[in-house]
Design a protein around this ligand. Sequence first.
Ligand code: SF4
Length: 389
Amino acid sequence: MELNDNKTQNTLESSTERSTEKSVVKTDLLGMDRAMMAAYFVEIGEKPFRATQVMKWVHQMGVSDFDGMSNLSKALREKLKRLAWVRTPKILAEQYSDDGTIKWLLEMDHHNAVETVFIPEKNRGTLCISSQVGCALECRFCSTGQQGFNRNLENWEIIAQMWVANKALGCKPKEERRISNVVFMGMGEPLLNVTHTFPVARILMDDFAYGLSKRRVTISTAGVVPAIDKIKTEVDVSLAISLHAPNNRLRDCLVPLNKKYPLERLIPSLYRYVEGGHSKKHVTIEYVMLDQVNDRVEHGHELVALLGDLACKVNLIPFNPFPNTDYKRSSNNAIHRFRAVLEEGGLNVTVRKTRGEDIDAACGQLAGKVADRTKRTIHRVTLDQTVNF
Ligand code: SF4
C-alpha cells in the first residue's frame, strides 16, 4: 500500500487527542489504516512493520491495552503507553430483537451517540455502521434524516463500531466470521465524510485487520456524484444507491440531495463505477416502498426505463415507520405488483426482509443521540404533496 503523505498527515493530526492523563497528548491508533500506522511508527523512530503487529492485536485480537501485546518488546510497549492509545467508545445501550438482531448505542462524545446494528442471517452476518452523528440530507422517509446533524465521525469512531461488535459477539481470529459483511448504511451519508470513511474501508479489507473482501464492504449513498467517482480509485468497495424514486420530481421531494445531483448526473456516474470493474461488478439500487407515493405500476415502468442496461440489482425495502412520519408501508400486493413490473423489464429484484423492527433497528429507523447543530425545522412532506408525481 502506498503512503499518501497529505492524507496520512491529516489523519495523524485529527487522531491526536488529549488523553485523560495530565496534559499528555496521545495519538489514537484505532482509526489508522496500515499506511497511516506504518508512517506513525517511522515518525516515532520504529520500524514500519510494527504496524502490522499492532493492527493484528487491535483488530483481530480485540486488544486495546499495550501491555497485552506480547510480541512487542517491553521498551516499545512502554513507549506506546506514553505516546499512544487505542480509544474505544462506551456502550450506552445494547438491545436484542426477537429475530436475533442486536443494536448498540455508542457514546462518541458527551453530547452525541450513534447506533450500530448487527443482523444475523443464515449464511452471513451483516454489521450496519454509522458515518456521521445524524445526517444533513433530510431524506423524508428516514428517522435519522429528521433528527438534524452534528458532525462527521472520525476514523476511530467509525471503525470502533466494528471493534465493539466483533468483541461483543466473541469473534476470534481463524474461526468462522460472525460479521461477514459491513454496510455503511447506518446514520449519516458516508460519501460526505470520505476523509474518514475511506481509511475505515481500507481497515475493513486489510488482511492484518478484518480481511473482508471488497464485495463484502458496501458504501451506501444518497448520490454524492463526485465521491462516487472516487470510490473505484481510492477504495473499490461495493456501492449501493438510495434511489427511491424513478424521476427527478419525486426524488427531489424524497431525497432532497437530488436537487444538487439530479438523475441525469447520478445515473451516468453509476455506469462509470461499473465500467472496467470485474465481470460481476454491479450497483445495488435501494428503493423504499411508500404506500401510494412511489409504488405504482407507472413508477415501476419509469424505473425500468431509467436503469436501462445498468448492471444492477434492485432491493425493494418495505418502509419502516418511525414516530411522526406521514408515510405508510406499501401493501404486500403493491410490492408484489411493483416487483413483477421490474422483473418483466429484465431487472434482478429482491425484497428486503425487515429485521429488528421491535428494537427500532430496521432500515431508516436509527436515531442515536444527536445534538442538532442545524436547528432545522422539520417540514415533513405530506402524502398530498407527493402522491401525484
Ligand atoms: S437515508 Fe441516509 S442520507 Fe438520507 S437522511 Fe437517512 S441517513 Fe441521511
